[in-house]
Design a protein around this ligand. Structure first.
Ligand SMILES: NC(=O)CC[C@H](N)C(=O)O
Length: 498
């Protein structure tokens, strides 16, 4: 039997320092040594969420980390999830269920109230696993947010867990970030910092050495490792979407995605971005939608305001033109709702109560209802002119859509209570909407949609395999570059290099 090591927390000097990825990698390193490990993040802010086996909603990064552990995600792995629906307010999800919408000030006060739930979820994980690898949020040195913090030291202190701090050298200022972050912590917080990890290093390590020596000497804390920049690593763990286009080779099928202000679950497009025959063009504010084979309207946390935004950008006109020229349009979840006749929000769940005229391309209408629907689904997809194929995905929405016809719906989901029709087809078979997030993840469904959009000889890679290979690669790099024996002395024997 392995000795039990209670936990390790990864905090970062900044957002996007690489915490989620490092946690996923550490989880896989332990899991493949036979240790029962689970991920945990006390508080997450993201519009990318995942549906757990127990029917709740958590941040997607924790679902990826659970995959790295070889376990099913549960709501305890991310007990507080904030889903921003305006610049100052967010829906607060506690242990998988939406509690209420709060503004930033209200949430500050709520944090201490929710801390017991966070600690309860963490304790449950500790009961079931040998160890837990925890991810912080942002930086622990935000002195203005310190008082009510439950995401970084405000969790590490009451839960009494050791911490490592990771910094991204690629953005520069790494020594100031690490030294300064440590200096801004209290004495007891500093004492729980076991060391530093430098992430995304490229160059000659010998030139870095004097800096590492300086840092160790100045802080008395070890540098536990320097992780190289991992080019092309694809884990789907990022919360923020990057609209920056990288120069790409021209591929046969052009997909355009207008990026809404409150876009949700943009990870839906990962499978397309990895596809060898598809260019995905993410189009942001102020840019027109370029010529394409397929335009996909993504999910949205605030459908009516994003629909208004779409019109403000003139994208509605460009979609109409694209359809006139014979192009295809698809909508996922919020995007599907927008393609219908009406979107109503009588309770003001996503903004002011009211209703908005949809784009009118699908014969359905949606009303947002207080009870959110969270499901993981399997079934079949049949697009016009295509054979029926297997599809899988998940649903996260408040909207209830009427007008779906059981006979002509493109998606049929197998549920406990029989077959359930989902989605609609419209405008001479050129428009397709569905509630299913992750609809491209199954190669059969991805190929059928791309085929329908005009890609003749479709070769879709196996995304699950790509993800699994990437996590293995990450774990290999961590084993090679991190001093794991110093990190987990109890498991030193597992990390002895031969
Ligand atoms: N994920 C989504 O796109 C959700 C759509 C919409 N906000 C709803 O809840 O119904």
């Amino acid at each position: 039997m392995q000795p039990t090591v209670r936990a390790l927390m990864v905090q970062g000097t900044t957002s996007d320092a690489g915490k989620s990825v490092l946690v996923a990698g550490l989880c896989r390193v332990l899991a493949r040594k036979g240790i029962l490990v689970a991920p945990f993040k006390p508080q997450n802010m993201a519009l990318n969420s995942a549906v757990t086996a127990d029917g709740g909603e958590i941040g997607r990064a924790q679902a990826v980390q659970a995959f790295a552990c070889g376990i099913e995600p549960t709501v305890d792995m991310n007990p507080v999830l904030l889903k921003p629906n305006t610049d100052t307010a967010a829906q607060v999800i506690v242990q998988g269920k939406a509690v209420e919408d709060m503004d930033a000030i209200g949430f500050q006060g709520y944090k201490q109230f929710v801390l017991p739930s966070i600690l309860q979820s963490f304790a449950r994980l500790q009961q079931h696993y040998d160890t837990v690898v925890i991810e912080g949020a942002g930086s622990p040195a935000e002195v203005n947010l310190r008082e009510n913090d439950v995401a970084n030291m405000g969790f590490a202190e009451p839960a009494d867990v050791p911490v490592i701090i990771v910094a991204d050298i690629d953005r520069g200022g790494v020594f100031a970030h690490l030294y300064g972050t440590l200096a801004l912590l209290s004495e007891s917080e500093q004492a729980r910092v076991k060391g530093f990890v430098i992430n995304r290093f490229r160059g000659d390590i010998t030139l870095l050495q004097s800096g590492l020596d300086w840092l160790e000497q100045k802080t008395g804390k070890p540098v536990l490792g320097v992780l190289p920049y991992l080019h092309g690593l694809m884990l789907e763990a990022e919360d923020a979407i990057s609209v920056q286009q990288v120069a790409k080779v021209e591929k046969p099928l052009q997909v355009v995605v207008p990026v809404f202000t409150r876009i949700s679950n943009h990870t839906d497009f990962d499978a397309l971005r990895m596809h060898p025959q598809v260019n995905v063009h993410l189009i942001g504010k102020g840019e027109p939608l370029p010529a394409a084979d397929l335009i996909i309207l993504p999910g949205s946390k605030s459908v009516r305001s994003d629909l208004a935004y779409l019109r403000e950008q003139g994208w509605d006109q460009q979609i109409a033109r694209h359809l006139r020229l014979g192009g295809k349009v698809m909508g996922i979840c919020g995007g599907y709702q927008m393609l219908g006749e009406w979107v109503s929000d009588p309770h003001g769940l996503e903004g002011e109560p009211g209703q908005s005229r949809g784009l009118g391309y699908l014969p359905v209408s949606t009303v947002l209802a207080p009870e959110k629907q969270l499901k993981r689904s399997q079934g079949t997809l049949r697009l016009p002119g295509m054979p029926s194929v297997e599809v899988s995905g998940y649903e996260i929405h408040a909207g209830v859509t009427s007008g779906v016809s059981p006979d002509s719906a493109p998606v049929h989901l197998h549920t406990d209570s029989g077959n359930l029709a989902d989605g609609a087809i419209g405008v001479d078979d050129q428009v397709f909407g569905t509630y299913l997030h992750g609809v491209f993840d199954k190669p059969s469904a991805c190929s059928a949609i791309l085929n329908w959009a005009g890609l003749a000889d479709c070769q879709t890679p196996d995304m699950d395999q790509i993800k699994a290979d990437n996590i293995e690669r990450l774990a290999d790099e961590i084993e090679q570059h991190l001093n794991l024996a110093a990190l987990w002395p109890e498991w030193k024997h597992l990390f002895q290099k031969v």
